[in-house]
Design a protein around this ligand. Structure first.
Ligand SMILES: Cc1cc2nc3c(=O)[nH]c(=O)nc-3n(C[C@H](O)[C@H](O)[C@H](O)COP(=O)(O)O)c2cc1C
Ligand code: SF4
Length: 518
């Protein structure tokens, strides 16, 4: 048997040196005259172990990591092609605690298969969902997705099946499926990981959405900062067309569905669905007023399903294993699994897919292992730049849409950024206002003007100029932004600002300037 070596081509792993490791392994194989097959897989998401190299042995896969090019010679000397021991030896990848503790439904194949091999994809359960879907009536597919309890993973948590039903029920000569892969939130990389590690699952999910709603064309809008994901998706779409997974007769059925990859315009607000649609139409990424909903008048004025990558990539497993199977995971109205992305100042950063319901404390302390600096955790921002900062006293909050909302927070796209006790929460509150000012599309006043006034007012607090009065002013401003903004950019900026003020008040009591200057 020719040895098979898996080296991630995922951009996170590449950033950590995977390409150099691949070159060193190729060279070592050539120098030693060993014939082996190198597979460039995606990442399994344990980034603290990347570049993680795996070899297929008679007893299953054995992982090594994090591998440096300087480790390669000694790896060969230790017999790593047959799973030999070495200081980088990790054993069976699915037994590594960070991976073993996960429930991988959406990410089941990510980091395991060759991302561009449809044979690998099928051998690991791929296409079963679409095969089932093409044999069903569209309304039954929509019903199954609705009953699974799947809610949008892009941020708002809107029930996916209900959105699909609106598009199905709207009569039009053309309908679209748009996949939102703009992934602009801080600490998020789930969309990128799946597009680079298992692109066919997204294509399958989009094809199911097309069959379910009568849409015949799909677009994936990928942020420009993701060139590897763009390239991978383009290759995967071409491969899918070749085998009839996309085209006039999806998997030999009477349903037509094809798709295109588009590169984003490079603004955070282009991730907002209506702004994204404008950008996709070649216009400036400005938010559209709703109604009309995109499901009724979306891309080019036609009924459009717009869903996040993870929402769509979670559909194949629902159509394969059933609504009840998926719904069985989770808590309350948050059903299924969620890929939590743990980042910032954290020891074990990476993607952790789990059923809803773990507490924030379990995720940060237990799974994430606390801070990378070893200092105490001060705050955790959940849900990207518009998410609230949670102090340790809220670590018992379960990962659930409603539980987070009840504590004035949000789950968003499930990215969490960990901060240690050196973080200055006044600076973080200022950053939130500044971010909003820079990224505002400018359409409405509370966001466009309010964010700039917010920066100025927080600067006054920093200077110690009547801080209590300024805090009152910021609170008032936040209320105006929260209730008066057209979209969640202006509407949610108050979450990081007010959570910083409410939970970390001590950081908002600087000494007056005159005193500080002494
Ligand atoms: C400022 C802003 C940025 C957003 N960025 C993204 C994004 O990058 N990706 C995403 O899926 N949703 C993003 N959203 C949410 C989308 O507007 C929309 O809710 C989502 O694409 C719907 O898909 P889902 O129902 O599958 O979550 C953003 C929203 C706002 C207000
Ligand atoms: S809240 Fe901000 S980003 Fe959203 S529409 Fe208003 S100005 Fe544009």
């Amino acid at each position: 048997m020719i040895p098979r070596i898996y080296i991630p081509g995922d951009s996170g792993a590449l950033a950590l040196g995977a390409e150099k490791v691949a070159k060193a392994i190729e060279k070592e194989l050539a120098d030693r005259g060993i014939e082996a097959k190198i597979v460039r897989n995606g990442s399994r998401g344990a980034y603290f172990l990347e570049p993680m190299v795996e070899v297929a042995t008679e007893n299953g896969r054995v992982a090594y990591g994090p591998v440096k090019p300087s480790d390669v010679k000694s790896l060969f000397d230790s017999g790593f092609l047959t799973g030999g021991h070495h200081k980088r030896w990790l054993g069976a990848p699915d037994k590594i605690p960070f991976l073993a503790r996960q429930t991988r439904l959406t990410f089941a194949r990510c980091g395991v298969i060759n991302p561009l091999s449809l044979d690998h994809y099928k051998a690991h359960g791929g296409l079963k969902g679409l095969q089932n879907a093409v044999a069903m009536a569209p309304a039954d597919i929509v019903k199954q997705v609705t009953e699974s309890g799947l809610r949008g993973r892009g941020g708002a948590g809107f029930p996916t099946g209900i959105k699909w039903k609106t598009v199905l029920d709207t009569i039009a000569d053309k309908k679209y499926i748009v996949c939102n892969a703009d992934e602009g939130d801080s600490a998020t990389f789930a969309d990128r990981m799946i597009m680079e590690g298992d692109p066919f699952v997204l294509i399958e999910g989009m094809a199911i959405a097309g069959v379910a709603t009568g849409a015949t064309k799909g677009f994936v809008y990928i942020r420009s900062e993701y060139p590897h994901a763009v390239a991978m998706m383009q290759k995967a779409v071409e491969a899918a067309r070749k085998v009839g997974l996309l085209g006039l007769n999806v998997l030999g059925s009477p349903h037509a569905f094809d798709m295109e990859i588009r590169v984003g315009a490079g603004a955070y607000v282009c991730g907002e669905e209506t702004s994204l649609l404008n950008s996709l139409e070649g216009k400036r990424g400005v938010v559209r007023a709703k109604p009309p909903l995109p499901a009724i008048q979306g891309l080019f004025g036609k009924p459009t399903v717009i869903n996040n990558v993870i929402s769509l990539a979670s559909v194949p497993v629902i159509m394969d294993k059933g609504a009840a199977f998926y719904k069985d995971f989770g808590m309350g109205r948050s059903r299924g699994t969620i890929p939590i992305q743990i980042a910032g100042n954290v020891r074990y950063g990476g993607l952790f897919e789990a059923a809803f319901g773990m507490t924030l404390g379990e995720i940060v302390d237990d799974i994430g292992g606390g801070t990378a600096t070893g200092r105490p955790v001060k705050a955790v921002q959940v849900g990207g730049p518009l998410g609230a900062y949670f102090p340790r006293s809220l670590f018992d909050t379960p990962f659930d849409y409603e539980a987070f909302a009840a504590k004035d927070g949000l789950i968003g796209h499930a990215g969490i950024t960990v901060f240690d006790d050196t973080a200055d929460m006044l600076k973080q509150a200022r950053f939130a206002m500044e971010f909003c000012a820079i990224e505002s599309c400018g359409k409405c006043t509370p966001c466009r003007i309010g964010s700039t006034r917010g920066v100025e007012t927080i600067d006054k607090i920093a200077r110690g100029s009547e801080p209590e009065k300024q805090i009152e002013l910021v609170t008032d401003l936040c209320n105006t932004m929260k209730f008066g903004s057209l979209c969640a950019l202006g509407g949610f900026t108050p979450y990081p600002v007010m959570s910083a003020i409410n939970h970390f008040r001590e950081d908002f009591k600087p000494a007056p300037v005159a005193e500080a200057a002494e």
